[in-house]
Ligand binder design. Structure first.
Ligand SMILES: Nc1ncnc2c1ncn2[C@@H]1O[C@H](COP(=O)(O)OP(=O)(O)OP(=O)(O)O)[C@@H](O)[C@H]1O
Length: 249
């Protein structure tokens, strides 16, 4: 269970509050207008952004006392945070051992993770020698290897084409099924959210709201979310944002 307890984050004149609980294994989309604080929320959980007040706990453990690298979570950004001078296999291995001096068993785990994402033949290549989708796979393999109970995705597949994005979301879903990890995923795309999440946290007007069922939220969005999704509450279905095609029943 992930708890944000009386959390306030202040960055310059920006302020975000969060008081919410997510059950173990929850799959949660983080939605909201640009600049609302979605990345900031993930950064605070991951430890890159300091809390002004409150606590973040995972299964009762206070994460606020742990350095980012020691937190029981993996985070993926759009740029995949791969090191350009290391091979794909070494980038994956970093998830296990920052020194890259692997034992035989650890090497086997790295190989298995690369195989799991279909990159067993490309482990020797550096990121620049891989396609965008392959780079995303390397980053996912590293997250897979770490087996942390919380996976934070900050629009990691936004730059990929629709087919690749669908494939990556399917892979994430499989990984979540295998690991039982909890997911928090920032996305601007309601269809991506539907593909993987069952709940949503709406971040708007200085607050990260308590999680709500995703389908109901997308079918009948509050005003702040409706304008961000490109349509108004009560609008005719054919006034909906192109590509945002869903039926209520
Ligand atoms: N280091 C910083 N110092 C001051 N303000 C910051 C800093 N980083 C971000 N902000 C501000 O915090 C607010 C939230 O930014 P954040 O990146 O979390 O928004 P977001 O919802 O993820 O936006 P987007 O959807 O555009 O990525 C913004 O107003 C931004 O300008």
């Amino acid at each position: 269970m992930l708890q944000l307890d009386g959390v306030t984050i202040v960055q310059g004149d920006f302020r975000l509050e969060a008081d919410l609980t997510l059950e173990s294994g929850a799959r949660v989309a983080v939605l909201g207008p640009s600049g609302a604080g979605k990345s900031t929320l993930l950064g605070a959980i991951a430890g890159f952004v300091p809390l002004s007040t409150g606590r973040v706990t995972l299964d009762g453990e206070d994460l606020s006392t742990l350095a980012p690298g020691a937190r029981p979570l993996s985070i993926l950004f759009q740029d995949n945070n791969l090191f350009p001078h290391l091979s794909a296999a070494q980038n994956v291995a970093l998830g296990l051992r920052p020194s890259l001096r692997l034992t035989g068993t650890e090497q086997e785990k790295v190989d298995a993770a690369l195989e799991r994402v279909g990159l067993e033949l490309l482990g020797g290549r550096r990121p620049a020698q891989l396609s965008g989708g392959q780079q995303s796979r390397v980053a996912l393999a590293r997250a897979l290897l770490r087996r942390r109970p919380l996976l934070l995705l900050d629009e990691p597949f936004a730059a990929l084409g629709p087919a690749l994005k669908t494939e990556m979301l399917a892979l994430v879903r499989e990984i979540l099924n295998e690991t039982g990890a909890m997911l928090l995923m920032v996305t601007h795309d309601p269809e991506d959210a539907r593909a993987i999440a069952s709940q949503a946290i709406v971040v708007t007007e200085g607050e990260a709201a308590r999680p709500a069922p995703l389908a109901a939220l997308l079918d009948n969005p509050p005003d702040a979310l409706a304008s961000y999704l490109g349509r108004r509450r009560g609008a005719e279905p054919n006034a909906a944002h192109e590509g945002d095609d869903h039926s209520a029943g």
